[in-house]
Design a binder for this molecule. Structure first.
Ligand code: MN
Length: 354
């Protein structure tokens, strides 16, 4: 945590900002290592303060000892902050402008005796580069996720419903170390598979493609993978579509490394799909993953960021034909120097279930 606080201070210094007020749950986790969705942190050049309520005070005192001055507010937090503003001669405070509500903004700007400026881009950019410890947590999250896919392949039958599949995936992940699922599990079959983010239902699995998009949350870090399998036999048209998605994904994975512009990687996959299925790949190739399921950098046609070592991104091309079917294959990878580490170990050949 100390390194992260120090890194933030260096950014603040460069921006001529005297302190930073942390209000979002995800940033609290990033800068303290534990969850308290209702806490606030104030990081100044000399000190760091954590305002933690009764429910979390014991955790805070144990975990933050020597790093933060932990305060259990008896009065309005703004009174404490104004005192710090005056003691440490603070004039400009960075706030999390992308997550704060208008109500909160109006409230704090009225109460605090300092100028407020947005700092979210800086914090989000810090989070794009993961430390080795963060990468290990993401790798474990993906290992659990891969395990869930192996598990579903063992037990799946055409008699199951989409909800059966989704809940089996989730139950497996919880039983194998996940604190939660990373996002709402997708398990959609038949014509519904043409909807990239369709919702599972209580109907039995339909013949044709079954797309499963799921992930484990482990110690605050997300995983994300998608596999499409076939209930029954895939006809030649389905195989052609599946092979095109796979070819697009493999081609993107083959070139992926640090130093590339995000949009370049998207283009490699998109060109392959567009050659035969123009207009059927309506989302980005991938997104960053970390403390949030969608972070920067984004492997999208519009993203001009340059990939760096320590980025974690998904690679998930898909082809969706409305009212017919769709298919997506998604891996989670770490960007390294001149190469990637693919965290997703699950097979990708088209699996048919009878
Ligand atoms: Mn994804």
């Amino acid at each position: 945590m100390k390194e992260r606080i120090q890194a933030l201070r260096e950014k603040l210094l460069a921006l001529k900002i005297d302190a930073c007020l942390i209000t979002s749950a995800v940033s609290h986790l990033y800068f303290t290592g534990f969850d308290n969705p209702d806490a606030m942190l104030l990081i100044t050049m000399e000190n760091a303060y954590a305002f933690e309520d009764f429910r979390y005070i014991e955790t805070a005192e144990n975990k933050l000892n020597g790093i933060y001055t932990v305060i259990k507010p008896e009065n309005l937090i703004s009174q404490y902050i104004n005192e710090i503003i005056s003691n440490e001669k603070i004039s400009k405070i960075g706030i999390e402008n992308k997550s704060i509500t208008l109500y909160e903004y109006e409230n704090i700007s009225k109460k605090l005796n300092a100028r407020l400026v947005g700092i979210d881009d800086t914090i989000l950019a810090m989070r794009e580069i993961k430390s080795p410890q963060e990468l290990e947590k993401i790798a474990i999250a993906q290992e659990i996720t891969d395990g869930a896919f192996a598990h579903i392949l063992k037990i799946i039958t055409p008699l199951m419903t989409e909800n059966d599949v989704a809940s089996e995936l989730e139950y497996y992940m919880r039983r194998h170390g996940a604190q939660d699922k990373s996002f709402e599990t997708i398990a959609i079959s038949g014509a519904k598979s043409s909807m990239p983010h369709g919702t599972p239902s209580d109907t039995r699995l339909k013949k044709g493609f079954l797309t499963m998009d799921f992930g484990a949350l482990y110690e605050g870090y997300h995983a994300d993978m998608t596999r499409t399998i076939c209930i029954g036999k895939a006809d030649s048209e389905m195989r052609r579509l599946y092979d095109t998605v796979l070819k697009a994904q493999k081609s993107a994975l083959d070139i992926l490394r640090d130093g590339l512009v995000c949009s370049q990687v998207d283009k490699v996959a998109r060109d392959i799909i567009d050659a035969d299925y123009k207009g059927c790949f309506g989302h980005s190739l991938g997104h960053g993953v970390g403390l949030e399921i969608h972070e920067m950098p984004s492997l999208s046609p519009k993203c001009d960021k340059i990939l760096a070592c320590g980025n974690v991104v998904t690679v998930e091309p898909g082809i969706y034909i409305p009212k017919k079917y769709g298919c997506r294959i998604e891996d989670l990878v770490i960007i390294k120097e001149g190469e990637i580490r693919n965290l997703t170990k699950s097979p990708k050949e088209l699996i048919e279930i009878y």
